[in-house]
Design a protein around this ligand. Structure first.
Ligand code: P6P
Length: 336
């Protein structure tokens, strides 16, 4: 089928607009702003190897991680694209210590949405040319429109998300997102700058045989995780499974959703809450996983039901094919 017969992301957003309760077109404009920003980041990611933006800016973010220039640039691009269109009243980012109240014009504070982003997840892979991604999470504000946005607008359970998704800057660039009616994937044609619907109604396969975890931390894992890793490696029934770990959550998740698999970033003896951040990594990926028929927990609790207490809080993360998540939970339960 020739390209012009595929639905574009812009057409899809408009077509699905009536799915949003009391649709005013605001969420559509928000998603369009994310689409634009993703193309601008994609352009920078694709030339990172040659432009002088590679390497470190010498500054650190709240996580104490050295900020790669592309991290900082991606953050600026998304914040600018979202703020200038007054489609959100507030933004929180992995790269910013506190949330941002959007005051670019007379209408921003009337917007009913806030966005939380990890503008360039997996950025340690940038200078070795491995895939990276952007993760976004969208909520309706809980404070009164017209009043200043507050922390309570961001500290919402993941189950309240209005939309969530990611951009994967890989062998091709894709946007994958949900507004609560399934998961759809769009691939960018860079020659046109147009995203086309390439992966409609994405679903985890019933069976998964890929496990993604940084086994270098094996000695620090909880016993239940150690037991599960050994289970994956046993020669029995459909095992051993395949170990695949890119070191980029978006890429590992994307592959596992297409092929079937589980991604685990558990607590360790050094980091009792693991590494991944609840609000702008775990919650959006958890909504996508559940919308695609998968499961996502912290080893015991549904991620989407966790009550947030801090903007940058971390949680252990088990996400993917339902039967694989339930199997590792069985091992975790033994040592509860
Ligand atoms: P480690 C990237 O920093 C990230 O947040 C995820 O994208 C990735 O899966 C994980 O951390 C990698 O962490 O400790 O295995 O290098």
């Amino acid at each position: 089928m020739s390209e012009q017969n595929f639905q574009t992301l812009g057409e899809f957003i408009i077509d699905k607009q009536e799915d949003f309760l009391y649709s005013t077109g605001e969420l559509s404009r928000l998603l369009s702003a994310i689409r634009l920003a993703s193309k601008m980041v994609n352009r920078q990611v694709n030339k990172a190897g040659i432009a002088n933006i590679i390497g470190k800016v010498g500054s650190e973010n709240i996580q104490g991680e050295e900020q790669q220039k592309l991290d900082v640039l991606a953050n600026e691009i998304f914040i600018e694209a979202l703020s200038q269109r007054e489609v959100v009243c507030g933004i929180a980012s992995e790269e910013n210590d506190d949330y941002i109240e959007v005051k670019t014009g007379p209408n921003a504070h009337l917007s009913k949405y806030v966005v939380l982003i990890d503008p360039l997840d997996g950025s340690s892979n940038i200078d070795v040319n491995v895939s990276v991604g952007t993760i976004f999470s969208i909520y309706r504000r809980v404070t009164e429109p017209g009043t200043p946005v507050g922390i309570e607008d961001f500290l919402q359970k993941g189950v309240n998300q209005a939309a969530a998704g990611y951009v994967v800057y890989g062998s091709s660039t894709m946007i994958v997102y949900t507004t609560g009616n399934g998961v759809n994937g769009f691939t960018l044609d860079p020659s046109l700058g147009t995203y086309y619907l390439s992966h409609p109604a994405m679903k985890f396969p019933e069976i998964g045989k890929i496990y993604s975890i940084n086994e270098g931390n094996y000695a620090k894992f909880p016993q239940g995780v150690k037991d599960y890793i050994k289970y994956c490696q046993e020669e029995e029934n459909d095992r051993p499974y395949t170990s695949r770990y890119i070191g980029s959550l978006v890429s590992d998740f994307h592959r596992n959703m297409i092929k079937g698999g589980i991604y685990i970033y558990p607590s360790t003896s050094q980091s009792p809450n693991g590494k991944l951040r609840l609000l702008y990594e775990c919650n959006p990926m958890a909504l996508l996983a559940e919308q695609a028929g998968g499961k996502c927990t912290d080893g015991f609790r549904r991620i989407l039901e966790i009550e947030p207490t801090e903007l940058h809080q971390r949680v252990p993360f088990f996400c993917g094919t339902t039967e694989m998540v339930e199997k590792v939970e069985e091992f975790m339960q033994k040592y509860k």
